[in-house]
Write a protein of this length. Structure first.
Length: 137
């Protein structure tokens, strides 16, 4: 099954509309494609107690995992400040680690400004020599 990259980016852009980022103004959307074709979306949710903030990528991942999904094919991430014309989002270290728990190193990751302007990479490129479940089991 070929990944519809534009559809995944559109889903991330739509999710970004729900971002709750009153403190940073850094609004992010993410869309995670499960192996069965379902797209799980997420946005960042900030809290006045900043450490309770959750990123868009983990929101999407935890939604999917909470609904029983354990296998994923692709992730699109969009967002930034309001004047994000040149923004290219990138998952933070915590999100990279959380994704590594459930995704293969070849997970396709789209770091997108819009449906036409994006960079393709893999989770393995974002988290080389990652520490994952296989090291613990
Ligand atoms: Zn993050």
């Amino acid at each position: 099954m070929k990944v519809d990259e534009q559809a995944l980016i559109r889903a991330a852009l739509a999710a970004r509309n729900n971002a709750y980022a009153p403190y940073s103004g850094f609004r992010v959307g993410a869309a995670l494609l499960a192996e069965d074709g379902t797209i799980y979306t997420g946005c960042n949710v900030e809290c006045a107690s900043f450490s309770a903030t959750n990123c868009a990528e983990r929101t999407a991942l935890f939604k999917a995992v909470s609904e029983g999904r354990r296998s994923f094919r692709a992730l699109a991430v969009v967002g930034g400040k309001e004047d994000w014309a040149d923004a290219q989002p990138s998952p933070c270290g915590v999100c990279r680690q959380a994704l590594y728990e459930f995704c293969q190193e070849d997970l396709l990751v789209l770091l997108a400004r819009d449906e036409e302007h994006f960079t393709r990479c893999t989770l393995g490129q974002l988290l080389p020599l990652g520490f994952g479940p296989e090291k613990v089991r």
